[in-house]
Design a protein around this ligand. Structure first.
Ligand code: SF4
Ligand SMILES: [Zn+2]
Length: 142
């Protein structure tokens, strides 16, 4: 998915707890805030989230891209996070495509379910095509 269309599909969509109005260090340290990182753990858009918010550059306070930030510094990280997601301005992954699956791979992360499915279908199509070509070849050489 390109652009920011993913925002409405992210697991945190519309949840204001991710960007508290009063982001005191106390609020950010509270277990209920740390708990929000569990939502990011299954989010396929962590890199996009960081590219969009640019938490370091914007001295962000709150949850972004699988990390808890205070003053643009990381205070906690969700379990499945990968350092390469932190490149602010990295090219976003087009989810639900085979090239998306490869991009996940290059970042060292497990592909999200959409990309995994796209890669599976692409591979099945290639196999079917190969089979078709080889059976055409068999028929011709008979
Ligand atoms: S990484 Fe976390 S904060 Fe960012 S979109 Fe996903 S769930 Fe929301
Ligand atoms: Zn993906």
């Amino acid at each position: 998915m390109s652009g920011t269309g993913w925002v409405s599909e992210a697991p945190c969509a519309g949840d204001l707890r991710f960007t508290p109005d009063d982001p005191s260090e106390e609020v950010l340290r509270a277990p209920r805030t740390q708990d929000l990182l569990k939502v990011c753990r299954v989010c396929p858009y962590r890199a996009e989230c960081i590219s969009l918010v640019k938490p370091r550059a914007s001295q962000f306070d709150g949850i972004c891209g699988g990390r808890l930030w205070f003053n643009g510094e990381i205070r906690a990280t969700c379990e499945t996070a990968h350092p390469r997601e932190l490149e602010e301005g990295a090219k976003p992954i087009t989810h639900g495509t085979e090239s998306g699956a490869r991009a996940h791979n290059r970042r060292g992360e497990t592909a999200c379910s959409l990309c995994k499915e796209a890669a599976r279908i692409a591979q099945a199509n290639r196999r079917a095509k190969k089979k078709r070509l080889s059976s055409q070849h068999d028929q011709r050489s008979r």
